[in-house]
Ligand binder design. Sequence first.
Ligand code: NAD
Length: 360
Amino acid sequence: MRPFIYQTHPQRIVFRAGALATLGAEADTLHARKLLVLCTPQQRDLAERAAEVLGARCAGIFDGAVMHVPVEQARLARSCAAELGADAVVAIGGGSTIGLGKAIALESDLPIVAVPTTYAGSEMTPIFGLTEGGLKRTGRDARVLPRTVVYDPDLTLGLPVAMSVTSGINAIAHAAEGLYAGDRTPVSDWMCREGIAALGRALPVIAAAGGERDSAELRAARSDALYGAWLCGAVLGSATVGLHHKLCHTLGGSYNLPHAETHTIVLPHALAYNAPAAPQAMAAIAAALGRPDATGPQAVFDLAASLGAAVALRDIGMREKDLDRACELALQAQYPNPRPLAQKEIRQLLDDAFHGLRPG
Ligand SMILES: NC(=O)c1ccc[n+]([C@@H]2O[C@H](COP(=O)([O-])OP(=O)(O)OC[C@H]3O[C@@H](n4cnc5c(N)ncnc54)[C@H](O)[C@@H]3O)[C@@H](O)[C@H]2O)c1
């Protein structure tokens, strides 16, 4: 047995279809009396449903969450919470909304109740990100870890198929890198395999359902996908991820590429780069995806391609002339990775991802 340190985060997880109805009771468990509900403008209706469930406990709704948490939005949301005398926030939505909740908690210590509606996994991590002047700064702080997470698969029934696929593969990325993290444990290894397998089973069912929103099979798949996202998010919260997350952070932050799509495209290539140094992790990924005939990187690539996701960076707005600089930026800081970082090979990785080649 490898030696390990296993540290758990203090969080309460509620998981069931219809769990949104428990929001008031969950607020009471935290002794919260005045909760500010956060959302994007697109998810205002959902925030209003949450406000209705909270009843008199709702202090107001702030619907200004946007991707990558610009500091200006964080300031507005903090002032709104202070003016309303909020004693907790409810972040209902994807990683951007939960990120805004974290920006408030970072300066105020207000507890967060997260109600995730994508598979990004931010609700399970003490990681925050703030963007200022085009630069995204991230950090870890125990204060931003949501105290309570309410997983309600019903809230994901309307998540568009394309977003479901890329968000699901974003979650798989956390677990894939968790499988070769230096600080992994036997428990996190299990969570990685189980999380990847749950998403690998669920995403094809969700994609096949197309625009359909209600069938027993789809509900089961949505539930499985959210369960997988929970496990993968928990891995991101506790393991130190490597090259893949660093590349996506650089590409997203510096070239404003969409978060989940970027993860989906880069993951097979980052895994192929690390494969020689982490063969067991690759075998575990292929097995979890039910593809013993393929390598781990190929299994991830095939999953994305077969479900209609973009597989080339050039198709989501990356310019070929920016690849050299992106490579330089990704290599600037040292970070843990199973295979040492080599300039020429990482530049090749970016080229392969740019053109959407299937890993050999
Ligand atoms: N700190 C962390 O640990 C962590 C982890 C993962 C992602 N993130 C951050 O989260 C952000 C990306 O989050 P994301 O991929 O969840 O996207 P997002 O939160 O930006 O959501 C994208 C769009 O989808 C909408 N949406 C969300 N759920 C929906 C649903 N069920 N139905 C219909 N529309 C829905 C949102 O309102 C938004 O308009 C990035 O900024 C990323 O850096 C942070």
